[in-house]
Design a protein around this ligand. Sequence first.
Ligand SMILES: [Fe+2]
Length: 479
Amino acid sequence: MGETVIAWEEVFTVGTDHAVITWETPDAPGETTVYIGPSRAQLEKRVLAFQETYHWAEVTGLRPDTRYWYQVETNGVRGPLGSFRTLPAPGGRHLFSLALFSDCHISAGIGSGDPNERYFGKLLTHARELLLHGLEDARRRGVDLAFMPGDITEAALPEQYKEVRDEVLPAFGNLPCHICPGNHDKYERRSPGGQGVGARGFWEYLGKSRNLYKSVRYHRHQFLLLDTAVRDIDHGWINAQQIDWLTQTLNHNGQHPVFLLLHHPVTGPDLWHGLLNPGRFRKAVRAFPNIQAVLCGHMHRCLVAYGAPEETPYIELPATVQFPCGYAIVRVYENGFTYNAYKVSRPDLVDKSRNRIIFGAVGQAIYTRYAAGGVGDRNLARTREGLIHRPVLFEVFVRLRRSEARELCARAQPSPGAAVAPAEQGDRVRVVLGRHASWVDATDLRRTLEYQFGLRASVSQDGGYNLPPRFRKLWGGTG
Ligand SMILES: [Fe+2]
């Protein structure tokens, strides 16, 4: 067994009553232990598993809108002592919950050769396994219905649609599952050998009508699924017919809460081909304040932006097939909802994806920030009066050479503890010494550590690459 180092420690999910923290101890399997409590002096030890290398720790029984201190431990080595705040409860009774599985890319063993597959760890050979594992996780969380907003198949090949029909959809059993297509589901010439059946696959294999957009009602809530995919093109487009339908349906719906689901993001400029006419969409939805959220896939990352109508969260969902190999759960209450992204509880596969990203450690560092986003890109609550609460975490860290990092990690035991991750410069390691929900606390910690260890630490908000909101507004993507 090698030396124990806590690596890639991440507070991935923060709910109203639970949190999920993940980390790795490469070459040194050991127990998965979390210390957690309402103050640093009152930490309760919870041992959650034994002999793991990839640690996936869910702590439950937490109170809403409460600060918790935490620290992880394996083989007596501790991660950074930090704190986070749980989400506030939206208010009123919990009505129902829904699961979202996006960008599953069921492949039947055949890839389409896109850049994600070649360079960014898209795990096609595990596509079905990841989705089914996520489904099992979501069921344990007690969901009432599920949605798959696109890129259900890798390249719209008949064998892939067959795999969805015969191996995937039956696994949902009596859990209702609603789907809409993504760009990959409309590949024809773009498929290997030009053998894709595109939208026809949806009709013929999955028994859908020719209109691939639809409205679903549940518990006096409405879910509108749109079809933004275009044959053999990766960009999205929302046609006039759907804009009319969307406007009419929203008008007809009255005041009931509405969730919109579509494959392509509508937040303006992006790296990977979003909706080309986001202005049409924005104009159509602007007058409907009962829209709760706009949920989309396609980007294979966690990101929350805001858009029309005023301050509505536009949420990009993680992909199941690629790091962070995630799904999401929306818990709907009388006065709002919570949104949480989760890694599928197969941390070995999650890290297999991350390890396949090109450019080694630097590539992993950059891609992790892109795909996992910040804690507020993975978790949010909408409470009474439509207020959006998104957690933040400020990290206190130093970038050091490997040998110096090892030495600091040892000196930092057991308090304040430390975790490592690759830095975005090739020869450096990022040593995280603490993580807090407020910048003031993080800055205080930095000062203490500078005094204690004589080093110059930095503070930064965790994760997430995004364009400044003003730039997005200028572009006209979101309003
Ligand atoms: Fe995708």
